[in-house]
Design a protein around this ligand. Structure first.
Ligand SMILES: Cc1cc2nc3c(=O)[nH]c(=O)nc-3n(C[C@H](O)[C@H](O)[C@H](O)COP(=O)(O)OP(=O)(O)OC[C@H]3O[C@@H](n4cnc5c(N)ncnc54)[C@H](O)[C@@H]3O)c2cc1C
Length: 389
C-alpha cells in the first residue's frame, strides 16, 4: 500500500530544506539579472547547515524511500530558487551513467559531474534524428557534430554525448559516449541566454574530430554479451527517474506562487474559505482552490512515480504522467496567480514573475508536454512509436 506519511526524521530534513530554500531566495534576483555569472558551488550560508546528503543517507531503515524523499526535497528546494545552497556533483549524464553504464564505468565516473547532450540545432523532440556521428577508428571513437542547450554544460567535468554510429539505422544506430572536458576537438562554443532558470548554466558544444577511447561507449562494447546497454533504449531509461525530478522542480514553482498569492490576498483582507460551499465562493477563491487541487494532483502523481522506483517496479508510464502534470501546473499556476494579483504579479519587486519564467522549462526539457502525452497514450493503448508519433 502506498503510504506517504513522513517519519519525524524525514520531517526534520524537510524542515531544514525549507530553511535553506529561504536563504537561496536572497540570491534569486542576483543570478537572474546576471546570467553570465556562475553561482558558486556553495552559497556563503551553506556552512551554517548540516550536510543534507549525509543526513539523508543516515536515515533509519523504514523511513520514506529515497526516490520519494528526493521528490519532496526537490519541490522544497525549487520553492526557494533555482540557485541551490550547494550544487550536487551530479547532473543528467550521471543519471544516464547509472541507467546504462557497466559496473566498471559506474565506478570510474560515478563521482564525475556529467552533463548530457542529445539536442542539436536540427533536432529536439525527435531524438532519433540526431546528426552527430561516431566512427570507430581502431581503438577509438571519433565524434563530429553540434549540440545545443546542454544543462550544466559549463560546470560539468564531462558530457554524455548521443551520436549515431549508422545514420541509416535510426534508433538502433544511436549510442552514447562519455567525453571528458579537455579532449582535443571538444569545445564549448557559447553559454545560452534564456527566458528563465538563468542560474542554471546551459551550453552549446562543438565536436570536431573528437577522439575518445573505445571503452567510453556507455554500456560497454556492443560485441560483448550482456554489455552494450548504452543504446537508445538503455539510455532512455534515464528519464524514468529524472522526469519526476523535473516535475518536482515545476511543482515547487507552482507552490511558491500559490503561497505568495494567498499571502498577498490576505494582506488585502481576502482570505480563502475552504469550508464554504462552491456557490458561496468568490471567483478568486474558486480559482485558488482549483490551482491548489491541480498542484496537489501533480504532487501525488510525482510521488507515485518515485514510489514505484523505490519498490523497484516499472514506472515509465507514471514518470511521463508526473512530467506532464508537473509541466502543466508549472505554467498554469504562476500564470493564474499573476492573473489574480494583476500588476503586482508582474513586478520585479517580487519573485512571482520569475517563477513564471523559471517554471516554463518544466514542460520543455526531458521531453515536452506533448511528447509525454504521446508516451502516455502509446503505453495505455499499446501502440508502437511508429504507430503513434
Ligand atoms: C533550458 C534548457 C535546458 C535544456 N537542457 C538540455 C540538456 O541538458 N540536454 C539536451 O540534450 N537537451 C536539453 N534541452 C533541449 C530540450 O530537451 C529540447 O528543447 C526539447 O526536447 C524540445 O525540442 P525542440 O526545442 O527542438 O522542440 P521541437 O522538438 O522542435 O518541438 C517544437 C514543438 O512541437 C511539439 N512537437 C514535437 N514533436 C511532436 C509530436 N510528435 N507530436 C506533437 N507535438 C510535437 C513539441 O512538443 C513543441 O511544442 C534543454 C532546453 C532548454 C530550453
Amino acid at each position: 500500500m502506498i503510504d506517504f506519511t513522513l517519519s519525524d526524521s524525514d520531517k526534520d530534513i524537510l524542515e531544514q530544506v525549507r530553511r535553506e530554500a529561504l536563504v537561496t531566495r536572497k540570491y534569486a534576483r542576483h543570478y537572474d539579472d546576471r546570467e553570465e555569472e556562475l553561482p558558486p558551488m556553495a552559497l556563503p550560508e551553506a556552512s551554517e547547515f548540516p550536510n543534507l546528503l549525509e543526513r539523508v543517507l543516515e536515515r533509519p531503515a523504514g523511513d520514506t524511500g529515497l526516490a520519494t524523499l528526493q521528490m519532496l526535497l526537490g519541490i522544497e528546494r525549487s520553492w526557494g530558487d533555482t540557485v541551490p545552497l550547494r550544487f550536487q556533483r551530479t547532473a543528467l549524464g550521471n543519471a544516464a551513467l547509472m541507467a546504462a553504464g557497466t559496473p566498471e564505468q559506474k565506478a570510474r565516473w560515478g563521482k564525475t559531474m556529467l552533463a548530457m547532450a542529445i539536442t542539436e540545432p536540427g533536432c529536439g523532440s525527435d531524438s532519433k534524428a540526431i546528426k552527430t556521428t561516431a566512427r570507430l577508428q581502431g581503438d577509438h571513437w571519433v565524434l563530429d557534430g553540434e549540440k545545443i542547450f546542454v544543462t550544466t554544460g559549463i560546470r560539468a567535468e564531462g558530457v554524455v554525448v548521443w551520436a549515431t554510429t549508422d545514420a541509416h539505422a535510426g534508433r538502433a544506430g544511436i549510442k552514447s559516449f562519455v567525453v571528458m572536458k579537455g579532449t582535443p576537438g571538444f569545445e564549448i562554443t557559447r553559454k545560452e541566454k534564456k527566458l528563465g532558470i538563468r542560474a542554471s548554466d546551459t551550453a552549446a558544444i562543438s565536436l570536431s574530430q573528437c577522439k575518445i577511447p573505445r571503452d567510453h561507449l556507455l554500456g560497454g562494447d556492443e560485441s560483448i554479451p550482456k554489455q552494450g546497454s548504452g543504446g537508445f533504449r538503455g539510455v532512455m531509461k534515464t528519464f524514468n527517474m529524472t522526469r519526476p525530478g523535473v516535475a518536482a522542480g515545476g511543482i515547487g514553482k507552482a507552490r511558491a506562487s500559490l503561497d505568495f498569492a494567498t499571502e498577498a490576498l490576505a494582506q488585502e483582507g481576502v482570505t480563502i474559505d475552504w469550508e464554504c460551499g462552491r456557490n458561496a465562493r468568490s471567483a478568486t477563491c474558486a480559482r485558488l482552490i482549483q490551482m491548489e487541487a491541480d498542484t496537489e494532483a501533480a504532487t501525488l502523481a510525482t510521488l507515485r512515480a518515485a514510489w514505484l522506483a523505490d519498490v523497484k517496479q516499472e514506472n515509465n508510464l507514471e514518470a511521463s504522467i508526473s512530467k506532464s502534470k508537473g509541466g502543466e501546473v508549472s505554467r498554469s499556476v504562476p500564470q493564474g496567480c499573476i492573473e489574480i494579483l494583476g500588476a503586482l504579479g508582474t513586478s520585479r519587486q517580487y519573485l512571482l514573475e520569475k517563477w513564471l519564467r523559471d517554471g516554463r522549462i518544466t514542460d520543455i526539457y526531458e521531453g515536452t508536454g506533448q511528447i509525454q502525452r504521446l508516451i502516455i497514450a502509446r503505453t495505455i493503448f499499446g501502440y508502437s512509436s511508429a504507430e503513434l508519433s
